[in-house]
Design a protein around this ligand. Structure first.
Ligand code: 3H9
Length: 697
């Protein structure tokens, strides 16, 4: 069988796409579909057509790997047009994930039936795109704008049941979905049901046409998180066209916007992150037969902010978890915070009361370390100090079953040193969650020198079960993310000393696309963490340390780089802190000057890129894309810039090398000298991307 097969089931033609793993609509599939549809159309005796997919899913979209290449006909639009024009009823049989171009093909069919677990969506926006084969025009015609607009602007799929209620699918069938679709098609033939083309439907748009203000209200309600992004703006324009223009003009407008976005820098960056995220799941040096053991029960040591958040991740994924704290009071406090977090979600409507009950029921508190005995993995999330970690791991080693994985949530400490206090260093590794742990997607998994392959494989598999994006990193102070953050902090502090104020530095990075700048972020995380880290390394940060010495740890004390009104989280410029900064400049004999945004951004981002190059050279990260994934999902690097290493390639490494050399000279700081790998690539006129290309060649 080729990628598209046609068989006959009595008077029904069954067209099956078989293009594993996700039945992406590549050129061969599109060509096969055009041919198969012509065959079914012309063959006498065929009264209806079923379009189905083999394997785990219906078409999950256009083949994204083709987007960077010249397009070859027939296009997905040609396929949808051919479906639309079929004189015989066509029924789509949906299962798995009908996404993007896949859903658009289904929208070109006259009817849709779905397996109960099907997910349907138009996720193009997550790739910096809009639907390009009619999705913005047909979906609102089929289900109304109030349901279509949020689906297209969020990119989130919906389940079969809401799809049925909305009119997106015509029936949900149990058992084999292709057989169900064939039975559905037979009924259409028997009842002589007229064809129903989404393009001809109009009734569900009548309300918006009569009252245009309702469209703007919908946009206002759903179009908030579009700062800096081009795709949401284009999506809104295309959706507006569904109300304002005849369908063919709407389709044309959609198509031209799609092509513009596809060829633009933002979508390229977002597609890079899509593939980098998937590449990060592939761990180098892992034997093929490394079997991941299943985690059935977990324990978390520490019920503080991180421990509580990590425990929530387990409960959210349906895994029973025991939270262990030293004192009854601290345990009660931690459990109380968790309960409050869940009930806030229920109040907001993002969690059902039944799910809250279920999740609370999966959590158990204990003040007895021995209760880790049942756990398949124990994650330690206690105070970030080596001696304390060592004490905890020695105790865990005695109390946990011999096969239990022992993980530390340390954000920069040496995993090998922690593992060395146990009799099982091969079962020890780092699981570095990001705060808030139940929300942030990134999970840095730190591989120690003794970590066993199956321990690593089990933890990566667990990370995915928890809904995280696991990235395996090497064991070096600060791993990947925090080490690069350290490089950024050096210059952030210097910028203050040379003349910028915290809100100016933060403002420049927010304009670049970060959700917040380094100082607002430091205040949020707590300045004491970095202070302790620096002290352990004999380092000093003039201003941050002075703030800590004065007892100002950031948001938790109401004051740090900014001040905070009681109970509020908005950073407000603080005249005391500003005086402290000006005094520090004076003390160091620096003449303050005004510093423009471009200089601020370069001095913050380029040292990070430089550190990233060192990290690659030392093989602490496996690929440049891993670093990008870490920064996008853990630190808010704007996804539409593709992460620091991708961004660097876009600017050109020779420019960055020259700016770093100048920075190193001017600041007399050798840390900013261009890293060997960066200098080598720049000299060869190459980028970090060339390393990935070579690795996969
Ligand atoms: C679009 O459709 C535009 C149209 O509107 C207009 C056209 C004109 N293409 O994620 P997984 C690969 S835009 C190429 O690990 P899961 C993926 O890289 C598209 N490859 O599996 C991986 O490869 P490898 C709109 C794709 O079960 C393998 O498949 N659609 C594509 O965790 C397995 O993927 C989307 O945005 C693709 N479209 O999740 C959907 N999709 O094994 C994108 C996947 O070599 N896809 N691959 O690393 C997804 O969201 C998830 O892959 C899915 C499965 C939920 C389907």
């Amino acid at each position: 069988m080729g990628l598209v097969d046609v068989r006959r089931d009595d008077n029904i033609a069954v067209i099956t796409i078989d293009n594993p793993p996700v039945n992406a609509l590549n050129n061969a599939v599109r060509t096969g579909l055009i041919d198969a549809l012509a065959l079914a159309r012309d063959r006498a005796g065929i009264r209806a057509v079923v379009l189905a997919c083999a394997g785990r899913t219906f078409v999950a979209g256009a083949d994204i790997t083709e987007f960077g290449k010249p397009s070859k006909p027939p296009s997905t639009t040609d396929v949808v047009t051919a479906l639309d024009a079929m004189p015989k009823p066509v029924v789509a049989a949906l299962h798995g994930t009908a996404l993007g171009g896949g859903l658009e093909v289904a929208l070109g069919c006259h009817f849709r039936v779905a397996a109960p677990t099907t997910r349907l969506g138009l996720p193009e926006i997550k790739l910096g795109l809009i639907p390009g084969a009619g999705g913005t025009q047909r979906l609102p015609r089929l289900i109304g704008m109030a349901k279509a607009l949020p689906m297209i602007l969020s990119g989130d799929p919906i389940g079969a049941k809401p799809a049925l209620e909305a009119g997106l699918v015509d029936a949900i069938v149990d058992g084999d979905v292709t057989a169900g679709a064939i039975a559905f098609a037979r009924r259409l033939v028997a009842n002589k049901t007229p064809l129903r083309r989404a393009r001809d439907l109009d009734a569900k748009l009548a309300d918006m046409r009569a009252d245009r203000a309702r469209f703007d209200e919908l946009v206002a309600a759903h179009g908030k998180r579009s700062r800096g992004l081009h795709a949401p703006i284009a999506a809104i324009e295309a959706l507006r066209a569904a109300i304002d223009l005849p369908i063919d003009q709407g389709l044309e407008l959609e198509r031209s916007k799609f092509i513009e976005l596809k060829d633009g820098e933002q979508s390229k960056a977002q597609r890079h992150i899509f593939f980098a995220e998937r590449a990060a799941a592939k761990i180098g040096g892992l034997p093929k037969d490394a079997k991941a053991r299943e985690i059935k029960h977990a324990a978390v040591i520490g019920a503080g902010t991180m421990g509580g958040g990590i425990a929530m991740c387990f409960a959210n994924a349906g895994i029973p978890v025991t939270i262990v704290e030293a004192s009854k009071e601290a345990l009660a406090r931690g459990l109380d915070v968790i309960a409050k977090n869940y009930s806030t979600s229920v109040k907001r409507g993002s969690l059902s009361a039944a799910d809250m009950e279920r999740r609370n029921g999966l959590m158990q508190g204990s003040t007895d370390f021995a209760s880790v005995a049942d756990a398949d993995i124990v994650i330690e999330a206690v105070f970030e100090e080596m001696e304390i970690k060592k004490r905890v791991f020695s105790a865990l080693d005695l109390l946990a079953a011999k096969t239990t994985i022992l993980a530390s949530n340390t954000s920069y400490l040496d995993i090998d040193a922690i593992g060395a206090v146990t009799q099982r260093p091969s079962a020890v590794l780092g699981t570095h969650f990001f705060s808030p742990a139940n929300v942030m997607r990134l999970l840095e998994i730190v591989r120690g020198k003794a970590t066993a392959p199956e321990v690593l494989a089990a933890t990566v598999a667990l990370g995915r079960r928890l809904g995280k994006i696991p990235v395996v990193v090497g064991n070096r102070h600060g791993f990947v993310g925090n080490r690069m953050l350290g490089a950024r902090s050096i210059e952030a502090e210097r910028l203050l000393l040379e003349g910028a104020l915290p809100h100016e530095v933060d403002g420049a990075l927010v304009q670049f696309g970060f959700p917040m700048g380094p100082f607002a972020m430091a205040d949020l995380a707590g300045l004491d963490v970095g202070w302790r880290n620096r002290k352990s390394q004999g380092l000093r940060a003039e201003i941050a340390d002075a703030l800590c010495e004065a007892g100002h740890y950031g948001q938790k004390t109401g004051k740090g780089f900014y001040r905070y009104e009681a109970g509020a989280r908005t950073p407000l410029p603080d005249s005391d802190t500003e005086s402290l900064i000006v005094a520090a400049s004076r003390r160091l004999g620096l003449t303050r000057r005004s510093i423009d945004k471009k200089e601020i951004v370069e001095r913050l981002i380029f040292p990070m890129i430089n550190e990233g190059a060192r990290i690659l050279d030392e093989k602490i990260a496996q690929r440049p894309g891993d670093i990008d994934v870490i920064w996008v999902y853990g630190y808010g690097f704007p996804v539409w810039r593709g992460g620091p290493m991708f961004y660097a390639d876009g600017l050109g490494l020779s420019y960055i090398r020259d700016r770093l050399s100048a920075l190193s000279r001017e600041s007399n700081d050798k840390r900013h000298e261009p890293a060997a790998l960066l200098a080598k690539l720049a000299a060869a006129g190459e980028g970090f991307g060339s390393l990935e290309a070579k690795a996969s060649a």
